[in-house]
Design a protein around this ligand. Structure first.
Ligand code: OAD
Length: 234
C-alpha cells in the first residue's frame, strides 16, 4: 500500500522550545521591533542597514539554536508517511532535524540575494540566491553582479512565491497538521482551507486558536508535548 501524505504547516511556535522567540506572543519579536521597519519592502528601501542588522541578529540566534523534539518528531513521521513541511519560519531547524522536504513560505534567514531580483522573473530567482550560513551581511556587501545583497526573506508587502506549491501540497494531503502559528499572516494562514474534505486537521498550540472548521482537533500543548499526543492519534 502506498504511504499516506501528511502536510505539516509550522510557525514560530515549533521553534520556541529551541529558544527562538515567536513574533506575537507577549515579549515576542514584534513587541520589540516594528515589522514595518525591519521586515517590509518599504522598510528595506528606507533603511537597508536596519533591516540587514535585524536579520544579522536572527542568523546569530540561529547559529546557537538546536532543533527540538518537535522538529525531530516531525522528521520521524517520514518513516511511515510522505511528509511535506510547509513552514512560515525562516530558520533551518526542520532541515537540521532531518526533514527532507521543507517549503519555506517566507524565505530563509541563512540566504541572501541581490536586491534587484524578484520572484516574477524566474520563480524567485533561485539561481541568484546565496547561502551565507550564519554570517553577517552589511551595506556595501554585493553579489557578483555588483548589486547590494538583501535577505532572502519575503518582506511584508511582497508576494509569497511558494504559495502555489504549498496549496498543491495541502490539497493532496490525507492529514493536515498545524504547529505553533497564530494563523494571523495571510496568505499562509488560509492554507489549511485547501485541505480535502475528508482530511482531518490537527492544531498543536498552547494558546486559544481560531477554529473555523469542525474537523479541527486542537491539541492545546507546547509543540514537543503536542507531537507526542499527535503521534498517538495516528
Ligand atoms: P506568531 O508569533 O504569530 O505565533 C506563534 C504561535 O505559536 C502562537 O499561536 C503561540 O501560541 C504559539 N506557541 C508559542 N509557544 C509555543 C510552543 N512552545 N509550542 C507550540 N506553539 C507555541 O508566529 P507565526 O504564526 O509563525 O513573517 O507568524 C507568522 C509570520 O509573522 C512569520 O512567518 C513572520 C511574522 O511576521 C515574516 O516575517 C515574513
Amino acid at each position: 500500500m502506498s504511504k499516506k501524505r501528511i502536510a505539516v504547516l509550522t510557525g514560530a511556535g515549533v521553534s520556541a522550545e529551541s529558544g527562538l522567540g515567536t513574533y506575537r506572543d507577549n515579549g515576542g519579536l514584534w513587541d520589540n521591533y516594528d515589522p514595518m521597519e525591519v521586515a517590509s519592502i518599504e522598510g528595506w528601501y528606507r533603511n537597508r542597514s536596519k533591516v540587514l542588522d535585524f536579520y544579522n541578529m536572527q542568523r546569530e540566534h540561529l547559529r546557537n539554536a538546536r532543533p527540538n523534539d518537535a522538529h525531530r518528531a516531525i522528521a520521524a513521521l517520514e518513516k511511515d508517511y510522505i511528509v511535506d513541511v510547509i513552514t512560515q519560519n525562516v530558520d533551518n531547524l526542520h532541515e537540521r532535524a532531518g526533514s527532507t522536504h521543507v517549503v519555506h513560505l517566507h524565505g530563509e534567514a541563512t540566504k541572501v540575494r541581490p536586491e534587484n531580483t524578484f520572484n516574477d522573473e524566474d520563480g524567485y530567482s533561485e539561481k541568484a540566491v546565496f547561502d551565507v550560513g550564519y554570517d553577517a551581511v552589511h551595506l556595501g556587501d554585493k553579489a557578483p553582479n555588483g548589486v547590494q545583497l538583501r535577505p532572502h526573506i519575503v518582506f511584508f508587502g511582497e508576494a509569497v512565491p511558494k504559495m502555489e506549491e504549498a496549496i498543491n501540497l495541502v490539497s493532496r494531503a490525507d492529514i493536515v497538521l498545524i504547529v505553533g502559528t497564530s494563523l494571523s499572516v495571510y496568505p499562509a494562514a488560509g492554507l489549511y482551507r485547501y485541505a480535502r474534505q475528508e482530511a482531518p486537521i490537527y492544531i498543536i498550540d498552547p494558546a486559544e486558536v481560531p477554529l473555523f472548521d469542525s474537523r479541527i482537533v486542537h491539541i492545546r500543548k507546547v509543540a514537543t508535548e503536542g507531537m507526542k499526543d499527535f503521534a498517538g492519534m495516528l
